[in-house]
Write a protein that binds this ligand. Sequence first.
Ligand code: RTP
Ligand code: MG
Length: 139
Amino acid sequence: MTERTFSIIKPDATRRNLTGAINAVIEGAGLRIVGQRRVKLTEAQAKKFYEVHAERPFYGELVGQMTAEPVVVQVLEGDNAVARYREVMGATNPKDAADGTIRKQFALSIGENSVHGSDSIENAKIEIEQFFADDQIVG
Ligand code: RTP
Ligand code: MG
């Protein structure tokens, strides 16, 4: 089924000029980039986005990293896009990520792991609405 998912190319990747290389992996996997913009997250935006992790020990560091430099927020569309993009990203910790995945190729560490992708269709919808107006997504 055709779905949409929300993606972030994180600061560790934008800093190293990897936006194009990551987009090539995304498009090569059959996902279409139907919305995209570059944005510097505010602390409030990052805190809200990662609210579910608020009690975790790495929360402060995560918010700090996500606001340090610009990110690229994206809407990806395709067959089973949510699950498909999770496959393409690879495991959270790049040490555990499969060959060919974005995190295996580009991530620096479990925290600076280059990309975010929604973990459910429900969360994808919430996350997309947080960053994109309807007319900013063109399928
Ligand atoms: P994401 O939400 O970014 O797509 O990644 P994920 O589902 O694979 O990982 P999740 O468990 O939701 O964690 C969100 C982000 O928090 C950072 N993290 N740091 N230092 C640590 O132990 C640690 N664990 C997680 C990562 O940046 C992870 O992507
Ligand atoms: Mg997650």
